[in-house]
Design a binder for this molecule. Structure first.
Ligand SMILES: Nc1ncnc2c1ncn2[C@@H]1O[C@H](COP(=O)(O)OP(=O)(O)OP(=O)(O)O)[C@@H](O)[C@H]1O
Ligand SMILES: O=C(O)c1ccc[n+]([C@@H]2O[C@H](COP(=O)([O-])O)[C@@H](O)[C@H]2O)c1
Length: 217
């Protein structure tokens, strides 16, 4: 008798700068998990995102902890440190290799908004990248959802409820003393206030691009 092979785990990966994590990220992950029957969605805060090296970004530990707070109540959501613990620039090719090692035999689904999806052809090692995970692009207000440059069969497009929320807008609201209630989870509102994120810029932000000569990219 041939033993039945175990059904592979279906794992979603939601990569992002998450500065801060907001309900747009959470709805995208929840909708894709439902549509694709995912067993788990791993949120992966980035280290030094290659296209954001000239930006000030909140220190990784705060972004990681906000993701933990935001996902704590969902038993299928977890948060990974793989990108923030790996030195150097964060490339998704390394994220996927690390997560294949952490979840041997699992099928990986990389979840991305329409804006990020449109740039994927410029990501490092794109042809290998597309073999390591199935890419799922989700709708995002203000961005066209298309992936014409990507090879057919390597990705899916999925419509989700429109959440006109961005981390940029959340940060600007905090700076302007406007509320971010209901744009981000309650615990994240409180975390931002407790640590004075986006207010105390001199102490809580880091520029991702190292000073010239300081570190080789
Ligand atoms: N409102 C949203 N709806 C759908 N997808 C989203 C939404 N916001 C972010 N995403 C997707 O989530 C991932 C992580 O996004 P990111 O952390 O950069 O948030 P952001 O709001 O775009 O941040 P910022 O405004 O700082 O650029 C990306 O794939 C992005 O396209
Ligand atoms: O691998 C790359 O070359 C690459 C370039 C740009 C962005 N990414 C990934 O895209 C995801 C969304 O990034 P962001 O900063 O828009 O939230 C996140 O997981 C990044 O690591 C990856």
């Amino acid at each position: 008798m041939i033993a039945a092979s175990p059904v592979p785990l279906r794992v979603g990966i939601m990569g992002g700068t998450f500065d801060p994590i907001h309900h747009g990220h959470l709805v995208a992950a929840s909708e894709v998990a439902d549509e694709f029957g995912l067993d788990e969605v791993v949120f992966v805060p980035t280290g030094a995102q290659p296209f954001k090296l000239d930006r000030d970004v909140t220190v990784a530990e705060h972004r990681y902890l906000m993701a933990v707070v935001a996902t704590a109540s969902n038993p299928r959501f977890t948060v990974s440190r793989v990108d923030i613990d790996r030195p150097g620039v964060t490339y998704t090719i390394d994220t996927l290799r690390d997560l294949h090692a952490a979840y041997p035999g699992a099928e990986l689904f990389f979840i991305t908004g329409a804006d990020a999806l449109s740039q994927i052809m410029q990501w490092k090692d794109v042809s290998e990248l597309l073999k390591l995970a199935h890419f799922v692009g989700v709708t995002r207000p203000g961005h066209d959802l298309s992936a014409e440059e990507l090879p057919p069969g390597e990705y899916s497009l999925h419509e989700i409820p429109a959440m006109a929320i961005s981390s940029t807008d959340c940060r600007q609201r905090v700076i302007a003393d406007k509320p971010v209630w209901y744009l981000v989870p309650d615990g994240v509102v409180q975390y931002i206030g407790k640590h004075r994120l986006y207010k105390d810029v001199s102490t809580i932000t880091e520029r991702l691009a190292p000073a010239v000569g300081e570190e080789e990219l």
